[in-house]
Design a protein around this ligand. Structure first.
Ligand code: TNX
Length: 597
């Protein structure tokens, strides 16, 4: 076994000293290794003419020795709806390849080229293409594709016809065709093209994640994928209130979501320990309320421009930001800034601990509603997405009747901004407002109150704390995280069905899934990634893939191939012992701007 190689399953879960989460899954080996053992030599830095010649020669040699493409067409995470492999149709990307794209898909093609250029070293120019013109890489928008079902029984054809139709790909589906002469992605929308491009990225060898040129045969397995999501809402939540995360950290989380076709980023922007978003009409919220964090750190907050930057970055990656202003509880930071909102009108001391449920804004004071209206008005105006999350959890000190009256008023204030209310499932007893969505974080699917709210019109986002909470430890020795909802290994994150999880809630009322990451014990980018990977892809698969594809054994073997990708991209992850990681995972070589803090 080469130096740096990791025997599959040999890295114990929690082999990580407290406070020192490893960069990638690999124990320190010292020796730098190629990005992918199968891919050949790494040539660091900008290619010189000699290095370029060597790279081309090595690439040719690799091609001459090549067998089938190293990744199989069905190895994609989340599992595609339909996969039709064609072993005779493998395609190899070459240095002179260009991307051709219908004009409205240009931005997706530019992003795809940006992902492929660093490792290949190929120029990969992007050119507009009239529909029908082929490049070796073609992205075609066919906006007339109706949003009904993919025709049943469609198959990659044996008769030379076009195979499965693009009809019915809907707002996020795509079709990917790989033949010996090229790759074509077809979709009805840029979001569909984007998801197809992420699939193509996964079908290339793991070395495609290298930030510097690698000599490799850039093979893509032949065949056709036709793919659409099971649920429209697939998300993750980052708690930026307990610990603050810089804009760059959040952007990187957006990239992680986008890789796995997650399309919502919920930002928990306010809590007892910090208020993280600038509000012009109540400036002390951020300036005073943003200055604290769990453990007494300096905190921080997003200016309007910071927040706009996050939103714009997410929009480009077809991710919708869902801002949360947690009310009426979890508001100590707001009360420090504006004591007039407190029930006793006295400023509490700043809070840097991790208890919950003690703080609340005064539901009996009219000023409170002026505050709520101003805050949700400003946040709504900065947010292009349709949602505004009102929180609503753990307001233990507010009596049930005043809680309910507060929530009903706050819901109407959100409605007045034109946004749709989302809230934790504690909102259930309050009256329905049009479109209302409850985020269910229970641990027991027997929840009559939530089922009743659904009967009155609410839809559900599923975040069961004992399956989807990414702040739970993987195992007893996980150095960070909680265990109040149990330990969540990868299998537990994967083995549940959002469509049937809450008794009395029909699948049609389920909008989707979300994996929250609370950050009481998570304070660095590397720690965020350690908790996200490899569980985030498990939840992503529950949100995207048809139930018929659900199979733990197959999932774990598909997921295993992603370890080398994360390591090559410099993404920290937990080397979960239940995943059969390949025998060798490259030593992570973080991208200069991707160095885990
Ligand atoms: C419960 S889940 C909370 C959060 C904590 C989390 C820790 C929910 C809506 N509220 O305030 O951070 O547990 O796991």
């Amino acid at each position: 076994m080469p130096s740096g190689a990791v025997p599959a399953g040999a890295v114990p879960s929690g082999a990580v000293p407290a406070g020192a989460v490893p960069s990638g899954a690999v124990p320190p080996s010292g020796a730098a290794r190629p990005a992918d053992a199968a891919a050949g030599e790494v040539l660091p830095g900008v290619p010189t003419p000699a290095a370029e010649l060597a790279r081309v020669a090595a690439g040719r040699a690799a091609e001459a020795l090549a067998g089938p493409a190293p990744v199989r067409l069905g190895d994609v995470v989340p599992a595609p709806e339909q996969v039709f492999p064609d072993p005779a149709g493998d395609f190899t990307l070459s240095a002179d390849a260009a991307l051709r794209v219908s004009p409205a898909g240009r931005d997706v093609a530019e992003q795809l080229a940006t992902w492929l250029r660093p490792a290949t070293g190929f120029p990969l120019p992007v050119a507009d293409a009239p529909t029908g013109e082929d490049g070796p890489l073609t992205l075609t928008l066919s906006p007339s594709a109706p949003a009904d079902a993919v025709a049943p029984g469609t198959r990659a054809t044996d008769d030379g016809s076009d195979g499965p139709a693009v009809d019915g790909l809907g707002s996020e589906g795509y079709r990917l065709d790989v033949t010996a002469t090229g790759v074509r992605i077809t979709a009805a929308t840029p979001a569909g093209l984007f998801h197809g491009a992420q699939t193509l990225r996964q079908l290339l060898p793991a070395a495609i994640e290298s930030p510097t040129p690698v000599a490799a045969r850039w093979a893509v397995p032949g065949g056709t994928i036709v793919d659409r999501p099971r649920f429209p809402y697939r998300g993750a939540m980052l708690d930026v209130a307990r610990h603050f995360f810089a804009v760059e950290d959040v952007l990187r989380v957006v990239d992680h979501l986008a890789r796995y076709k997650l399309n919502h980023l919920h930002l928990h922007l306010t809590d007892d320990q910090g208020w993280r978003i600038a509000v012009d009409s109540w400036p002390r919220l951020a300036e005073v309320g943003g200055a604290t964090a769990v453990g007494g750190g300096p905190g921080g907050w997003y200016s309007r421009d910071d927040y706009r930057r996050i939103v714009a970055y997410a929009v480009r990656r077809h991710v919708t930001v869902v801002p949360e202003i947690d009310l009426p509880g979890h508001t100590n930071a707001a009360l420090v800034a504006y004591p007039e909102l407190a029930p006793d009108k006295v400023a509490p001391p700043p809070y840097t601990g991790t208890e919950v449920g003690f703080s609340y804004v005064d539901p009996a004071d009219e000023q409170t509603y002026a505050f709520v209206a101003d805050v949700v008005g400003e946040v709504a105006a900065l947010t292009p997405g349709p949602w505004l999350h009102l929180g609503g959890d753990e307001a233990f000190k507010v009596p049930a009747e005043s809680y309910r009256a507060f929530v009903e008023r706050a819901q109407r204030l959100v409605e007045a901004t034109g946004k749709t209310v989302v809230g934790w499932h504690q909102l259930a007893p309050a009256g329905h407002v049009d479109g209302r969505v409850l985020q269910w974080w229970g641990t027991n699917g027997d929840d009559p109150e939530t089922a009743d709210a659904v009967r009155r019109g609410a839809r559900l986002i599923l975040s069961p704390a004992n399956h989807a909470y990414l702040d739970m430890k993987y195992a007893p020795d996980t150095p960070i995280g909680h265990d109040w909802a149990g330990l969540i290994d990868v299998r537990r994150a994967y083995e549940w069905d959002p469509g049937t999880h809450v008794r009395g809630v029909p699948t049609e009322a389920v909008l989707g899934v979300e994996a929250p990451l609370w950050t009481e014990s998570v304070s660095t980018r590397a720690e965020v990634e350690y908790m996200l990977f490899p569980r985030l892809p498990a939840v992503a698969e529950l949100g995207w893939s048809p139930r018929a594809t659900h199979d733990w054994q197959r999932f774990r073997s598909r997921l295993a191939g992603h370890g080398p990708r994360w390591a090559t991209a410099g993404i920290t992850f937990h080397p979960a012992p239940e995943i059969p990681w390949p025998a060798s995972i490259p030593t992570p070589r973080p991208h200069p701007e991707h160095i885990p803090r």
